[in-house]
Design a protein around this ligand. Structure first.
Ligand code: NAP
Length: 212
């Protein structure tokens, strides 16, 4: 498979570039400001920035190439535009706020626990270089819990991606915590998405849960 990787030199992109090559895929990286032609690629992956992802993905989808997007901070309007562009070009666009399996399970467990506890709050902690807050994972977790869950964002050097969902009830507290200790955590989810994206229906598919 020929893969176009947007964000080649970024923190995630560097790990992905090595992992895609190790998995036997032919990965070509693109960085900010570099010209690209998506035609002829089997799929594209984007781990860039909220301001860059829509331009990259629109051009890629318009070339009839499926996209796997990990970049967070996409608005509802941006997701709707990706859905429209993908449908118009009869290709799939897969977006996941978190490609780590443990994080997906955390979201599932939190959704289940929210049905039994009267109150909950989320603390999400990321590197100080992360541009968006709250994180896409925290927003997706809150939505899965029925919405209206306060989210607290911490941005500090030394962190990668961490989240605690704290649920409170009379006389008890339940804490569900996930820690990403290395960006290798995102690799299996991205490879799974790349293997599946061309078989997905045209338009937007959201969340790793949809592939598990
Ligand atoms: P990063 O270290 O800042 O890397 C982003 C890279 O993208 C940089 O090298 C940047 O170049 C490059 N870039 C910017 N605009 C571009 C463009 N138009 N075309 C191609 N490359 C471009 O950030 P990161 O930590 O790798 O994270 C990237 C994104 O993925 C963020 O939105 C983050 O929240 C998200 N993320 C998602 C997951 C998930 O599981 N879904 C996991 C981790 C991170 P410059 O530095 O020159 O601008």
């Amino acid at each position: 498979m020929r893969i176009l990787l947007f964000g080649r030199d970024g923190k995630v992109g560097t790990v992905l570039m090595a992992a895609l090559t190790a998995a036997g895929l032919d990965a070509i990286g693109v960085e900010a400001g570099e010209a690209f032609d998506a035609s002829g690629f089997d799929a594209a992956v984007d781990f860039t920035a909220p301001s860059a992802v829509l331009g990259n993905a629109t051009a890629t989808l318009a070339a009839g190439v499926s996209c796997v997007i990990g970049t967070t901070g996409l608005t509802e309007e941006a997701l709707a535009e990706l859905d429209r562009t993908a449908r118009d070009n009869a290709v799939a666009c897969f977006v996941a706020p978190n490609f780590a399996l443990g994080a997906v399970l955390m979201m599932r467990f939190a959704a289940e626990a929210a049905r039994s506890f009267p109150a909950a709050e989320i603390i999400e902690l990321h590197a100080n270089t992360k541009l968006d807050a709250p994180s896409g994972t925290a927003n997706a977790t809150a939505a899965g819990m029925g919405g209206n869950v306060p989210i607290h964002s911490v941005r500090l050097p030394g962190l990668i991606a961490h989240q605690e969902v704290i649920l409170g009830g009379p006389g008890e507290i339940l804490t569900i915590r996930h820690d990403t200790t290395s960006r290798e955590a995102f690799v299996p989810g991205v490879l799974l998405a790349l293997n599946r994206v061309r078989g997905l229906p045209p338009g937007l598919t959201f969340g790793l849960d949809a592939l598990l």
